[in-house]
Design a binder for this molecule. Structure first.
Ligand code: G4P
Length: 197
């Protein structure tokens, strides 16, 4: 998606071979009009997928997920990151380990907000190793619902997330795909390039 690529070229900062900072419009300061445009693009892309709910993982996925839900006219649900297991039976939980941040948490969803008929679109800001998205897929599976599509703002195509999700049978659409990062260097891949890692 040209709009996102242009913004990353203008404001993104590649710190090294693995980390891209996009604090000025996604992760710290958020540009609402821009998020609305990204949400409209996701909604257009997934309009024929029978989506009943948009899911995201707190926190940076919330803004684009909300805009996508608005344009699809469906509810948005935030998967919470809890530090420990909740023992009551009214939640689904699964453990996620982030390689990028070296942390782990219990991804948590209250059972009231999902049913087996749901067709879920998962929206998230970054796709790196695919831990978070794979975990969201496990939670949705526990509920007997369908993860009908995954929409990502920035895919780091040199990491294994995309391939892992596709191998698990999930459909992934990324608005920007990054083939290589180095200090001061950001190289994009075309939308239809095969998953590399
Ligand atoms: P994975 O789910 O694809 O395996 O990703 P990973 O665990 O490696 O990354 C975990 C966190 O790090 C996520 O944020 C993700 O958005 C963020 N992240 C990964 N790579 C980059 C990067 O190159 N740049 C930036 N800015 N963030 C990156 P999170 O912990 O869920 O935090 P939040 O921002 O959503 O609150």
């Amino acid at each position: 998606m040209k709009l996102l690529e242009e913004r990353i070229r203008k404001e993104g900062k590649a710190l090294n071979e693995t980390v891209l900072k996009v604090d000025s419009f996604i992760n710290h300061q958020v540009d609402a009009e821009f998020m609305d445009a990204l949400g409209r693009d996701f909604a257009e892309h997934f309009k024929d997928y029978g989506i009943t709910k948009v899911f995201t993982i707190e926190s940076s996925g919330i803004a684009p997920a909300l805009m996508t839900a608005k344009h699809l006219d469906v509810p948005m649900v935030i998967l919470k990151k809890q530090t420990s297991k909740i023992l009551q039976g009214d939640v689904y939980q699964t453990n996620i380990t982030s390689f990028t941040k070296g942390t782990s948490y219990e991804l948590t969803l209250y059972k009231n907000y999902i049913s087996p008929e749901d067709r879920i679109l998962l929206i998230d800001d970054f796709l790196a190793n695919g831990e978070a998205a794979t975990g969201a897929g496990r939670l949705i599976g526990q509920a007997g619902a369908t993860l009908a599509g995954i929409g990502i703002l920035i895919e780091k195509s040199f990491q294994r997330g995309r391939k892992r999700l596709e191998d698990a049978g999930f459909y992934v659409y990324s608005q920007a795909r990054i083939g290589r990062l180095a200090e001061g260097v950001i190289e994009f891949l075309p939308e239809d390039a095969p998953a590399t890692e």
